[in-house]
Design a protein around this ligand. Structure first.
Ligand SMILES: NC(=O)c1ccc[n+]([C@@H]2O[C@H](COP(=O)([O-])OP(=O)(O)OC[C@H]3O[C@@H](n4cnc5c(N)ncnc54)[C@H](O)[C@@H]3O)[C@@H](O)[C@H]2O)c1
Ligand SMILES: [Zn+2]
Ligand SMILES: [Zn+2]
Length: 338
């Protein structure tokens, strides 16, 4: 079979590999579609602190079961599956209190172990989520990024009462926008790429702010009548934006949910957090949110078609990554097909 491998930063190639053996607790999946995520691009460019090389990347993937291990109870040959890429130990502190997504030895397919950019992949039964055979594969491949949207809604305790700011209108920011509008919140979104803000407008954003031409603090004053945002998502990965989010943009008792994982340090003042009783909330991956997202897809509550902008055959992954890098104004989510 063929596999796409990042051998070392900036070196991606298609190689021949043996079809993986499965254990009694695994199924063999024939991969049908896989999304390209910013973190896959980060691994390719050597900018992901969690990744090791060489690596078959891809954590947003779906496929069909072609072989089933003897102990597997939740799948049969022919099932369509969305794979939750998060693997945890089950007995550390985080696992015990129900945060397996931040397990002390969390292991993510496509990051810490080989992922979905290969024709066949062995998957543990705990990671299998059944999906309808009616969902097109390239749409199903967005279930994983939507699981981030579900996770951040839980982490931020998002409700219809909230006035929300989303910083960043990339695929993740736009998915959060869809989730926040589905929940009935009032939403502003910030970016510096006009085409992405146009897309946000079409998706129902109540206010779009281009940070290049409009001061976000002025925009906040007008949009919230000076109260500030109740809930802020930092989904640009830029620490200067996070700093502004903490110092200038939240309401009293506001929550700030941090998605980016920059390692750059920046100053914060205790008083800004203390005086408003701010909550600064981390969020990572997803905590068994696939069933919720699959339900949203089934009920048509979110619009995954709006996020998928391009498809490439997986053997052209190098071209797809290059296209992704060079067309920020046109691309949201590229799906690799098999
Ligand atoms: N915590 C998690 O589990 C998790 C999961 C997925 C993604 N992420 C992170 O979330 C962030 C968003 O992911 P994405 O795939 O949408 O990334 P992306 O890079 O496609 O989107 C980021 C957006 O932020 C905008 N931006 C950058 N600098 C800006 C600035 N100074 N002012 C305004 N806008 C600015 C960019 O134009 C872009 O549209 C990334 O930092 C990613 O690493 C976190
Ligand atoms: Zn992703
Ligand atoms: Zn654990």
């Amino acid at each position: 079979m063929k596999a796409v491998i990042v051998e070392e930063p900036e070196k991606i190639s298609v190689v021949e590999r043996e079809i993986p053996e499965i254990t009694a607790n695994q199924v063999l999946l024939k991969v049908k579609a896989a999304g390209i995520c910013g973190s896959d691009v980060g691994i390719y460019h050597g900018k992901n602190a969690f990744a090791t090389y060489p690596r078959v990347v891809g954590h947003e993937f779906v496929g069909e079961v072609v072989k089933v291990g003897a102990n597997v109870k939740n799948a049969i040959v022919g099932d369509h599956i969305a794979v939750d890429p998060v693997v945890s130990c089950g007995h550390c502190y985080a696992c015990k209190i129900g945060h397996h997504n931040v397990c002390q030895s969390v292991n993510v397919m496509g990051v810490h172990r080989d992922g979905g950019y290969q024709e066949y992949v062995a998957v543990d039964q705990d990671q299998l989520n059944q999906i309808s055979k009616d969902i097109p594969w390239e749409i199903a491949a967005t279930i994983e990024p939507y699981s981030i949207g579900a996770q951040v809604a839980h982490r931020g305790r998002l409700t219809s009462e909230d006035t929300v700011l989303i910083c960043g209108a990339g695929p993740i920011g736009l998915i959060i926008l869809q989730v926040a509008k589905m929940k009935g919140a009032k939403v502003a979104i910030l970016d510096i790429v006009e085409s992405r803000l146009e897309k946000a407008k079409q998706m129902g954003a109540d206010l779009v702010v281009n940070g290049k031409t409009t001061d976000i603090v002025d925009a906040m004053e007008r949009f919230t009548n000076g109260e500030g945002f109740n809930l802020i998502y930092e989904a640009t990965g830029n620490v200067k934006i996070l700093q502004t989010c903490i110092q200038k943009l939240p309401s009293q008792a506001g929550r700030i949910v941090v998605l980016g994982f920059s390692t750059v340090e920046f100053p914060i003042r205790q008083v800004d957090i203390m005086s408003k009783e701010l909550e600064i909330i981390g969020t990572r991956l997803n905590n068994y949110r696939f069933p919720e997202v699959i339900h949203w897809f089934k009920e048509g509550k979110v619009q995954p078609k709006e996020i998928v902008t391009n498809t490439f055959h997986f053997t052209d992954a190098d071209k797809a990554f290059k296209y992704n890098d060079e067309n920020l104004d046109k691309v949201l989510k590229i799906i690799l097909t098999f």
